[in-house]
Each structure stands twice: as structure tokens, then as C-alpha cells.
Design a protein around this ligand. Structure first.
Ligand SMILES: Nc1nc2c(ncn2[C@@H]2O[C@H](COP(=O)(O)OP(=O)(O)OP(=O)(O)O)[C@@H](O)[C@H]2O)c(=O)[nH]1
Ligand SMILES: [Mg+2]
Ligand SMILES: [Zn+2]
Length: 415
């Protein structure tokens, strides 16, 4: 059953409920046939008119297994999110690329043609269309599947900003995860903003923990990153100066929210008059549910200005394979030093006369940030903060027994 308006996303469609976002594709294993199709499918907008004069431009607002929801976007950045269409992808692309369901993601700008046929095979009273072409993506938020690293998972495209949301506690902030998101944002040219939510919970933490948090916040601020500490669930949150700051930051931009399940992404979205109110976990005491509250990434217009992509919390965020050069360019504080290493191909691990090591010894590069770099490069990124969450019981024990094996999209644990 599909309903228009506010509830359009909430209809039942059995299979889809367990669809793992369906946006995985093999890396480096593309057949030439499919990469040709990629080129055919993704074409410059200047060619759209000629190909389909009757077509219209739209933004993908939500992706399901066999269809996607789109909203018309006459002018780029002016998305009519109240006008939702059910769309499928032009058959020739769909059939040839059956294994690569990665080709449409939330945020994509697409060329659509109206259809009266029931392509998606679902009952709907929404208007329907066929996605004929994709505009080349300006930015791409992607990661590797933690269990099958030959697969790449694109989470969203064409975002201007990445809101890296963590909570001080419940679940405990994982600084290493923030660092990995920062690398992604730097490499994609997307502006990162760090949000530390649940600041109310900080008061009951140890002094050491509080000091450690402050030290880390100061590291990011010194690097020039915007860091905002908030309490999304406080009674007067909307009026708080930090939430006002965030509101201004979101205006006029497309911002993707990312972070573990339970950190308060949807709670934040709800502070900015979203067109679709986001579901928020009712039980505050449990930050790990084995299943996230938000189940699909969706593109939402904010009454206070701008658009956000609210996403389901991810369990692990493994960066795509990066060369040491790419990775070190994702650590902004390295740029001053990298050219001073003795060896041109210095990876800043064990090489002698490494300028990064010298900067570290002199306290000019934070030891914690360096260890993040090292962990990513060597593939040993830790599970920092996890023992603490388990000890406090705000991660359910059953997850430790492996009951949730395979549900890697559905929980908030960091690898
Ligand atoms: N103590 C405290 N709890 C908060 C705060 N903000 C949100 N919460 C609670 O944290 C829980 C999780 O919030 P959500 O907004 O659903 O988290 P989410 O990041 O959207 O989670 P997923 O959709 O599963 O990814 C809810 O019970 C909120 O009420 C806060 O500032 N302090
Ligand atoms: Mg949510
Ligand atoms: Zn070096």
C-alpha cells in the first residue's frame, strides 16, 4: 500500500525491508560491457534535452531494491520534495547491470520520463517515471563492505557537507571513526562538520574521560574543523546557541548525516522542521538495538533551510583503498611536513628521517591523529570505546555471541 504525502515512505513491501541498501558493486571487476553502460547511463546534463526532450530533471530521494523515489528538481538545488514519484531504471541499464545495483543512490541527479506503466510491480497511487540518465556525480560518499572488501558501497552522492555525528556517551565517541570520515570528506571535497551530541551525559563521566574529550575537540578545532557540542533532546534545544549555529551551517546546502546508530542523527534532523519527521528510538537507555531506527537513507527538506540526508547508523566504516599519498592528504596537518621527508615515497611508518615523525615528536602533530593514520594505512583500526560501552551495558550482550552475524548494516559497532 502506498500512500501519498507524509506517509509515502511507510508502505509495506516485504522484500525491501531486508534489502541491504542494495548498493554494492564489485571493485575492479567490471566487465567492459558494464563500464560502457556506465558511460552511456551517466551523461552530461547538456545532452539530456536532446536525448529526451520530454524528460524532466529530478533528485533521487530514497532507494529501494526494485525502485527509487525521486522528486523533480527544475533548477539544481530546488528540489520539490513534496512531489514524490516512484521510479525504475530504464530497462536496458537495469538488465545489463543486474549485479551492480550501485548505479542509483540518494542524492543522484537524474533525467526521468513519465510513464503510465507499472514498472516497479508495486501498488501505488504515486506518479511513475523511468530514470533514463544520471548526471555525473560531483561528490561520492562511499565505503568498503567490511565483510567483503572487494565490494564498494556508495551511501550518497552530490552532497555539499558531511555531518559527522557522534555522541560523547551512549554510544561512546570513537575518535578513530571521526578521523576516517574526515579523510573521506577531505578527499571528496565535501565540507565536514563534527557534531558531538549527548553532552548532558558527559557530566556523569570521569574527569579523565571529560578531559580526553576536550583535548580531542581542541585538536579538531586547531585543524580548522567546525566542532559543535549539542544536546539534541533537551527541552529548549531549538533555541540553544549551538543548535542555532548548526541551523545556519545547514542552510542552502545538501548535508549528509553519518555516524553510528543511536548517536542522535534523527533527533538532530527533527530540530530543523523536517518535511518528514524522523523516527527516533524511544528507549534512551539502549544505544544498540541490533537494528537501526532509521532504515533508509532519505533526502529531506528542512523548514529552516537546506536539505539533509538522514541515514541509518552504520556499524563500520572502512575507507576505500587509498594509497599512502591519498591517505596522508586526508590528514590536513600532514601537508606542511610531507615534502620534508627524506624519501619521496615515505609512508611515515618506519622510514628514517621522516618529517611526520619529527613533527610528532615535537608535538606538532597529535599522537592520536598519527595513530589513526597508521591504523588506517596498516588496516588495524581499532574498536576504541567499545569495551566501555559493553561494560556499561548499553550495547546488548547478545551481539557479542554473534547472533547478529551478517547484519552488518543494521547495528552501530565500529570495526
Ligand atoms: N541523553 C541524550 N539522549 C539523546 C540525545 N539526543 C538524542 N538522544 C536519544 O538517543 C536515542 C537515539 O536517537 P536517534 O535520533 O534515534 O539516533 P540515530 O542516530 O538517528 O539512530 P539510527 O537511526 O538508528 O541510526 C533516542 O532515544 C534519543 O532520544 C541527547 O542529546 N542526550
Ligand atoms: Mg535515525
Ligand atoms: Zn615521512
Amino acid at each position: 500500500m502506498v500512500r501519498k504525502g507524509k506517509n509515502w515512505r511507510h508502505f509495506e513491501d516485504g522484500d525491501d525491508q531486508h534489502d541491504r541498501i542494495s548498493k554494492m558493486k564489485p571493485r575492479d571487476k567490471k566487465s567492459s560491457k558494464s563500464s560502457n553502460l556506465d558511460k552511456e547511463f551517466s551523461i552530461a546534463e547538456s545532452q539530456w534535452e536532446e536525448k529526451f526532450p520530454e524528460g524532466f530533471a529530478a533528485r533521487v530521494v530514497e532507494v529501494h531494491k526494485r525502485y527509487a523515489f525521486i522528486s523533480p528538481e527544475a533548477e539544481e538545488g530546488q528540489i520539490k520534495t513534496r512531489d514524490v514519484w516512484l521510479s525504475t531504471i530504464a530497462r536496458k541499464f537495469l538488465q545489463a547491470k543486474r549485479e551492480e545495483r550501485n548505479f542509483i543512490v540518494v542524492g543522484d541527479r537524474v533525467l526521468c520520463t513519465k510513464t503510465s506503466e507499472d514498472h516497479a510491480g508495486v501498488v501505488t497511487d504515486l506518479p511513475q517515471c523511468v530514470i533514463q540518465h544520471l548526471a555525473p556525480r560531483k561528490t561520492l560518499i562511499k565505503r568498503l563492505d567490511p565483510h567483503r572488501r572487494e565490494l564498494e558501497h556508495v551511501l550518497a552522492s552530490n552532497v555539499d557537507q558531511l555531518l559527522i555525528v557522534a555522541s560523547y556517551a551512549g554510544p561512546t565517541v570513537k575518535w578513530g571513526l571521526i578521523d576516517r570520515y574526515l579523510v573521506l570528506a577531505e578527499l571528496q571535497g565535501v565540507r565536514p562538520i563534527i557534531i558531538l551530541n549527548k553532552k548532558d551525559l558527559l557530566a556523569s563521566e570521569t574527569i579523565e574521560f571529560q578531559e580526553d574529550c576536550l583535548a580531542n575537540v581542541n585538536i579538531y578545532k586547531a585543524l580548522g574543523y567546525q566542532v559543535i557540542s549539542v544536546q539534541a533532546n533537551s527541552a529548549g534545544a531549538k533555541k540553544n546557541i549551538d543548535i542555532q549555529e548548526l541551523k545556519m551551517t545547514l542552510k542552502g546546502k545538501v548535508t549528509m548525516l553519518s555516524g553510528h546508530s543511536g548517536v542522535g542523527k534523527s533527533s538532530l534532523v527533527n530540530l530543523f522542521e523536517p518535511e518528514l519527521v524522523q523516527a527516533v528510538e524511544k528507549n534512551e537507555a539502549i544505544s544498540y538495538k541490533g537494528r537501526h531506527t532509521t532504515s533508509y537513507a532519505s533526502f529531506i527538506k528542512l523548514g529552516t533551510g537546506g536539505y539533509v540526508i538522514d541515514t541509518p547508523g552504520i556499524r563500520s566504516f572502512v575507507l576505500q583503498d587509498l594509497s599512502f599519498r591519498e591517505l596522508s592528504s586526508g590528514f590536513v596537518e600532514f601537508s606542511e611536513w610531507v615534502s620534508k621527508c627524506k624519501y619521496e615515497d615515505c609512508r611515515h611508518i618506519e622510514e628514517p628521517n621522516c618529517a611526520i615523525h619529527t613533527a610528532r615528536d615535537e608535538g606538532k602533530i597529535s599522537e592520536r591523529r598519527y595513530q589513526s593514520y597508521r591504523g588506517i594505512l596498516l588496516g588495524t583500526t581499532g574498536r576504541e570505546g567499545r569495551a566501555r560501552d559493553i561494560a556499561r551495558g548499553n550495547i546488548l550482550g547478545r551481539e557479542l555471541e554473534g547472533e547478529l552475524d551478517g547484519e552488518f548494516e543494521m547495528s552501530d559497532e565500529e570495526e
